[in-house]
Design a binder for this molecule. Structure first.
Ligand SMILES: Cc1ncc(COP(=O)(O)O)c(C=O)c1O
Length: 382
């Protein structure tokens, strides 16, 4: 069988020097990132202050590149630095007037999301964290039952970082709509490997970043806000780039931009947007449907091999419930993960999940086999 997607391998020099199974954490660097960072630096050195003529439009261009991947309409996406900052930015829009002051989520969210919302208790938020269920699947019944007429917002992960389980977003959105609550989707672990359509899902907010499946390195996170919500929200976390006329330098109060730029705060970190360009372009060009087909095939093979080896699989087996990674565990898996990384078999390890292994569009079937053989070799060597 020919694998069309392997023609992209040449674009990723890291693949020549490692077996790259860690795209859920840090996607491989595209060769073109060198060129784009040079373009950024050349603008600076050649144009000085006038570099902003090129740099500033890059903010919207970066937003559109990711917007295309998650089907966000033009003008509904803005760039920031990381998801923690974005969660805090969205939180800063609310005043938690009782009785609608509840924020509800599960213990399987990425911890940073939980940390941000817990701090909102100081401003009147009532934070309800439902359990971790079996630690693999989101405890949907408990979550849906906790969402009521007093719920303001439900921040959820599309794909859980701990198990790669796909959350039933439609069920959460339906429940939230029934009680008048909002949904914030963290699609960091899905964008680029599992199809995401923020309009079809009808979430109020979505966010994620460049570091993982989008192969963009750190610093280019994105926030989607449903168009009808944009004008209703006034973030307290703000700054001059969120002003309707930043270069009028008016005092003393914020006058919010009427569009998505009201969610900007201060000067954008433009270099990260140049760095993230190639990865988002490549994923957009390939298309997530093709990436997903290949991912399902390779992750199914990994699960079969783990079963044959007698390892515990901490990722759902059903295609429709499984994201782009497979988490598997056995005694001393942490030791094995360390040894793998020391010899260029890149992966990571998380408590209660074990080794997280993630093929991406650039992974060969031979690499999948070689990685698993190395796991077994290290597991059985003292
Ligand atoms: C689901 C999810 N959300 C958020 C993050 C990271 O957040 P931040 O961009 O603030 O580092 C991760 C990273 O591991 C993640 O897996």
């Amino acid at each position: 069988m020919t694998d069309e997607l392997l023609r992209w391998r040449d674009e990723f020099p890291a693949l020549d020097r490692s077996v790259y199974m860690v795209s859920h954490s840090l996607g491989a660097m595209p060769r073109r990132a060198y060129d784009h960072l040079k373009e950024y630096a050349d603008l600076w050195v050649n144009k000085g202050i006038n570099a902003w003529e090129d740099w500033l439009p890059e903010v919207d261009r970066a937003a559109e590149r990711v917007g295309k991947i998650i089907n966000a309409p033009k003008g509904s996406m803005v760039m920031a630095t990381n998801v923690s900052q974005i969660q805090a930015l969205v939180a800063s829009c609310f005043d938690y007037t009782a009785p609608r002051n509840k924020v509800v989520f599960t213990a399987l969210n990425f911890p940073t999301v939980s940390y941000v919302w817990h701090e909102e208790r100081r401003r009147g938020a009532e934070v309800v964290v439902v359990g971790a269920g079996d630690g693999v699947h989101a405890p949907m019944e408990e979550l849906l039952a906790a969402i009521d007429e007093r719920t303001l917002l439900v921040p959820i992960s599309h794909v859980l970082f701990r198990s790669s389980a796909i959350k039933d977003v439609a069920a959460v959105v339906a429940r939230c709509k029934a009680v008048g609550a909002m949904v914030m989707l963290d699609c960091y672990q899905s964008t680029g490997t599992v199809p995401v359509d923020v309009q079809a899902l009808d979430v109020d907010f979505a966010c994620g970043g460049s570091v993982k499946w989008l192969c963009g390195g750190p610093g280019a996170a994105y926030l989607y806000v449903r168009k009808d919500r944009i004008g209703q929200l006034r973030p307290r976390t703000t700054g001059w780039f969120g002003h309707e006329k930043p270069f009028a330098f008016t005092m003393p109060e914020q006058k919010f931009a009427p569009n998505i730029w009201r969610f900007m705060a201060g000067t954008p970190a433009v270099a990260a947007l140049y760095q993230a360009r190639a990865g988002a372009e490549i994923v957009g060009q390939i298309g997530v449907d093709a990436i997903r087909r290949k991912s399902l095939r390779q992750t199914a093979t990994i699960i079969e091999r783990c079963d044959a080896a007698g390892w515990t699989v901490n990722t759902p087996r059903a295609d429709a419930e499984r994201g782009g990674s497979v988490c598997f565990d056995f005694a001393s898996s942490d030791r094995v993960a360390k040894a793998l990384n020391a010899t260029g078999f890149l992966c990571d390890w998380r408590p209660n999940s074990g080794i997280r292994m993630s093929p991406h569009f650039y992974t060969t079937d031979e690499e999948v086999g070689r990685f698993l053989a190395e796991v077994e070799r290290l597991r059985t060597s003292a």
